[in-house]
Ligand binder design. Structure first.
Ligand code: AGP
Length: 617
């Protein structure tokens, strides 16, 4: 949550910062601000002629941009911030940057200072004046206390005082040729450019300027100059670290003619899936070198534990079905936020998998740390190279969906699912639990999946038409069984997060145990009913809600000539083998949520109260 960008170089920084903030807006979008160091040329014994100029605004980045359009921000060094409020309402005064009493130090921060109340009391006793309700504001005042001519040393002292998390970036008008930064548990990257250097919460913020990056680790402090960077470890020692190059293109971080990032990302799924399969599935051969596990170790597995949050946890639930079916290894799935607090049992021969598209979700990170401290070996599945989860895990399986900007996870979900299919098959083959003919059939079908998804996308207009009829309903129940259940949960999550309509996902058979009481003429039931081994069971479940006057929309498979008798609306996905309907049936539901939300005039890329990566508890 919250996005940070900083630039120092030979170009004017205002436009660089504003455009970087727009690319980071998915991380938080309730208020924003910018600070630069400007020279007024008036030197005297107390001043080097430099001062901080800052502006902040409640609302979107475009509101900030508008408010500073005519202001003089001519400077080649500056910082910016887009906020997702944790402490203090999303007002102008609470927006970042925050300044010290002298107005010489400006700070942007992504994270939470847990002991801010105690620090604030202490600083007030020393005479510091606070203006906001934020936890962040203690940072510039602490730095003011500790500053004795080198802001990096002040930052290192500050890190010893604060509890919590943060990526912290500081401008100091006494040193107009450097930006100081630090990281504790919140993402921060350094971008190495041709005509200047960058700090940012995420790579897409600066992709238009550079593809060379260095990741900042926890407790490191940074001195960023226009022609170089110094990284210091928690012990204060200088660290040498090479930059690496990413192959993400700038168009992958732009809308490229689509109305919204979400729609673009839904349409990018065939590509993301192909990329994620590339090199892992060749002909009928599966390769998972990145697992770092011998076949013997896989055969000895007594259990697999998967942790994740939100959409990633739905990929985990589908993974459970697949691994248990094909490899016959028991799988437990838990949401990370619960796992970390329950004193978990970590058994020998249990593989621990963490799924997180961002690789920065704090609950997942904390769960990994908890499991690791108990001796677990961690395999991460993530979309972001160099993310914290990737770095803290023993091995990493990357999805190659490309950067996902829309808050709503779409293409990263199907890329995660593809990894689950491949991994489950691989485990099945290694353990010898999957029938050889079945294995070949699945592998063959997997190759067709990108094309079949493309066929579904080509029919987006049909789904739009259905959404145009159903968008006024206020309750949606999504029903599925076995492979359809994670799809039902994910379909409901998509709809509620971007349309703000009440939607729930249930196992079809659970309806009679309570949720059916919700069903009346104001309810739409969305049934995931492809031709699989629970088809008849799902039909009975749909009959039950139909009898209670719900409107029925079904996702069925091509060639099903019966389903229209049970439904008011139907969308047909290309036929496939039963396990693979899991990935095919989610695509129309992503589009369905998108069109419902658009009908209601919602901002699908930045839904209210949400942020792309949840880096606070
Ligand atoms: C998905 O649409 C959500 N915005 C959210 O549930 C998300 O999946 C969750 O926060 C987990 O994120 P992660 O995959 O980056 O860990």
């Amino acid at each position: 949550m919250c996005g940070i960008i900083a630039y120092i170089g030979s170009r004017y920084c205002k436009d660089i910062i504003i455009s970087g903030l727009k690319r980071l807006e998915y991380r938080g979008y309730d208020s924003a601000g910018i600070a630069v160091i400007s020279s007024d040329g008036v030197h005297d014994k107390n001043s080097n002629g430099c001062r901080i100029i800052a502006a902040k605004q409640a609302g979107k980045i475009k509101d900030l941009e508008e408010s500073i359009r005519d202001m003089d921000f001519d400077s080649t060094i500056g910082i910016g911030h887009t906020r997702w409020a944790t402490h203090g309402a999303p007002t102008q005064i609470n927006a970042h940057p925050h300044l010290d009493c002298s107005g010489k130090i400006a700070v942007v921060h992504n994270g939470i200072i847990e002991n801010y109340a105690e620090l604030k009391d202490e600083l007030i006793r020393k005479g510091h004046k606070f203006v906001s309700e934020t936890d962040t504001e203690v940072l510039p005042h602490l730095l003011e206390e500790y500053y004795e001519g080198d802001m990096l040393l002040a930052m290192q002292k500050l890190l010893k005082r604060i509890k919590g998390s943060g990526a912290i970036v500081v401008l100091n008008s006494d040193s107009p040729d450097e930006i100081i930064a630090a990281r504790i548990a919140s993402p921060l990257i350094i971008g190495i450019g041709k005509d200047g250097n960058f700090l940012a919460s995420d790579m897409p913020a600066v992709l238009e300027h550079t593809r060379n990056f260095i990741i900042v680790n926890d407790f490191e402090t940074i001195r960023l100059k226009k022609d170089g960077v110094e990284i210091f470890g928690g012990d204060g020692r200088l660290i040498q670290r090479e930059s690496f190059k990413v192959n993400w293109s700038i168009t992958s971080a732009e809308k490229s003619g689509y109305e919204d990032f979400m729609l673009k990302e839904i349409f990018e799924q065939p590509f993301g899936i192909k990329e994620t399969m590339r090199g892992r599935l060749t002909g009928s051969e599966l390769q998972f070198d990145e697992l770092n596990m011998s076949e013997d170790q896989i055969r000895k597995l007594s259990k697999i534990q998967i942790i994740a949050c939100g959409t990633s946890s739905h990929a985990a639930l589908l993974g459970k079905q697949l691994i248990e079916r094909w490899a016959r290894i028991p799988v437990e799935v838990e949401v990370s936020s619960e796992y970390r607090y329950k004193n978990p049992i970590v058994e020998e021969n249990c593989l621990f998998i963490a799924i997180t598209q961002s690789g920065e979700t704090i609950d997942t990170l904390a769960a990994i740390r908890e499991a690791k401290s108990k001796g677990a070996k961690i395999v991460a599945i993530t979309n972001v190279v160099g993310s914290t989860v990737a770095r803290e895990s023993d091995s990493v399986i990357y999805t190659h969906a490309g950067p996902e900007i829309g808050v709503c996870a779409t293409k990263t979900f199907t890329a995660q699912i593809i990894v689950m299919y491949l991994l489950a098959l691989y485990f099945g083959k290694v353990t010898g639990k999957i029938d050889a003919q079945r294995y070949l059939k699945i592998v063959e079908e997997l190759e067709f999946i990108p094309n079949k998804i493309q066929l579904i996308l080509n029919e987006a207009a049909k789904i739009k038409k259905i959404a145009d009829h159903l968008y006024k309903y206020r309750t949606f129940l999504f029903l599925g069984r076995i492979f359809g259940l994670p799809v039902a949960l994910e379909g409901a999550l998509k709809l509620k997060e971007i349309s703000y309509i009440h939607a729930e996902g249930y196992a079809g058979g659970e309806m009679k145990h309570g949720p059916i009481a919700l069903t009346d003429t104001n309810t739409t039931v969305v049934g995931i009913i492809p031709k699989d081994f629970v088809y008849d069971k799902m039909l009975s479940n749909i009959e039950e809600v139909k009898a209670r006057h719900a409107t029925i929309f079904v996702i069925a498979s091509e060639g099903d000539t019966e389903i229209h008798k049970y439904s008011n609306y139907a969308f047909y996905v290309p036929s496939s083998i039963e396990e693979l309907y899991g990935i095919l049936t989610i695509i129309p539901l992503q589009l369905f949520s998108y069109y419902i939300a658009k009908n209601l005039g919602r901002n699908v890329d930045q839904p209210r109260n949400l942020a792309k990566s949840v880096t606070v508890e």
